[in-house]
Ligand binder design. Structure first.
Ligand code: HAM
Length: 420
């Protein structure tokens, strides 16, 4: 038997109904905020991710699905979608149109990670990016939109963790202070910490080494927020004021740096209980240099990506139930083989009127077809047989009460609709 690859999974019905509903709500809500969909390719030039996500990050260092294609190019299955959106923005010269671009995407991403609950090698993200607006108002609006979306799924007790990672100019002083602090803990560092310190010192704050982690909570740990310029601090504080006004619950998290290199100023994450060690439901932030680093005009950006697999995992039961419960309420069953064509035609009439119908093939006999309809959750079975046909009618059986009524065909839709 050939099975699916490690870290990938098949999403099967009825679970796919939940996924579809979640995505439909995302599309509805994002449209209310003026966002349009963008679809970028699943694979890109490897260099795109090296230059945007960053060479020293875990993603680029050890998690990319990279291969040489038959033409000798190095390509990579996208580990995230912000880089692709920024590349498309530059490639199609979207900046020339001016204004602010609000884009969202829904799709698979790939990271070669050790699979566990909430962590897959193929996973899906629902994300949004805004290009062309440097103000804290858009940071706040993006977060408000997120909470609007999560609220419509039924989440109520979430809060957003926030930090500012400053700009490229502001970071060296902080990194110097951080290096000095970490050097005083030299004997606690493992190989991974040493590599991080060497290649990308901010990553040390994401260390998984338990000995060092104990110390990372120490108040003596330098904070980026103390090294911000006046403008960056003002941006940060203005965002907090706007979130207060929008009644968004947040927590300042001085150690939040996020695992990607393109961030400037605002970074945020939302975590959820029930996801175990993989508790980040979503992450995002501002990236004011990414577009220009990729050869485009200076264009500020901000966005987020939600891990859809994790989101579905912790989805409130009411939303999940409603999404799964949307069954086809009417079964049309031919009584005998000669009634098949008539049953097919009648099912079409009902479907054209907007009713979802299960058409039973009838080959297992009437009794089994009725049982099948009941099991599938149908509320009414419409029996199509010769006797009724001669009278221009059908027999409708209500599954719950087992009552039967003969209904004239031309009145069937009107008869069923108020009862569903
Ligand atoms: P990220 O934090 O790398 O950010 O990923 C965002 C979310 O994707 C995570 O919070 C998590 O829920 C989900 N995720 C990541 N890896 C996995 C995995 N292996 N299995 C399941 N879910 C996973 C980004 O990707 C940025 N592009 C977000 C962003 C958009 N920043 C600005 N704009």
């Amino acid at each position: 038997m050939i099975t699916s690859q490690k870290g990938t999974r098949d999403l099967l019905p009825p679970e796919t109904r939940v996924w579809n509903r979640v995505e439909a709500v995302a599309r509805e809500v994002f449209a209310l905020y003026g966002f349009d969909e963008i679809r970028t390719p699943v694979f890109e030039a490897t260099e795109l991710f090296v230059r945007s996500v960053g060479e020293g990050t875990d993603i680029v260092h050890k998690e990319m699905y990279t291969f040489t294609d038959r033409g000798g190019r190095s390509v990579t299955l996208r580990p995230e979608n912000t880089a692709g959106v920024a590349r498309a923005f530059v490639e199609h010269r979207l900046a020339q149109a001016g204004g602010v671009h609000r884009l969202y995407y829904v799709g698979p991403q790939f990271r070669y990670e050790r699979p566990q609950k909430g962590r897959y090698r193929e996973f899906r993200q629902i994300g949004a990016e805004v290009l062309g607006d440097p103000t804290p108002l858009i940071d706040a609006e993006v977060i408000v939109m997120l909470f609007d979306f999560l609220g419509r799924l039924g989440f109520s007790a979430l809060s957003v963790s926030l930090n500012s990672v400053g700009t490229e100019e502001e970071r060296p002083a902080f990194i110097q202070a951080l290096r000095a602090w970490v050097s005083s803990k030299e004997d606690l560092l493992d190989d991974d910490d040493r590599r991080r310190l060497e290649e990308n010192p901010l990553r040390i704050l994401d260390s998984k080494n338990p000995k060092l982690c104990e110390w990372l909570g120490d108040p003596s740990l330098p904070r980026m927020i103390d090294h911000l310029s006046k403008e960056s601090l003002e941006h940060h504080e203005q965002l907090l004021r706007l979130l207060d006004a929008g009644r968004i619950p947040y927590r300042i998290e001085p150690r939040l740096v996020r695992g990607l290199d393109y961030y400037t100023r605002t970074v945020f994450e939302v975590t959820a209980q029930g996801l175990g060690a993989q508790d980040a439901l979503l992450g995002g932030g501002r990236y004011d240099k990414l577009v220009s680093d990729l050869g485009g005009p200076k264009t500020p950006g901000i966005g987020f990506a939600i891990g859809e697999d994790r989101l579905v995992e912790v989805l409130p039961e009411a939303f999940r139930g409603a999404a799964i419960g949307s069954v086809r309420p009417v079964a049309v069953i031919p009584v005998g083989a000669p009634d098949a064509a008539d049953a097919l035609a009648l099912a079409s009439v009902l479907r054209r009127a907007g009713l979802a119908v299960d058409l039973a093939s009838g080959h297992r006999g009437l009794g089994n077809s009725l049982k099948g309809a009941e099991k599938a959750g149908a509320r009414f079975a419409v029996l199509v047989g010769e006797n009724e046909r001669l009278r221009g009618a059908v027999l409708v059986k209500e599954m719950a009460t087992r009552t039967q009524s003969e209904v004239p065909r031309e009145q069937l839709v009107e008869w069923l609709r108020p009862r569903l």
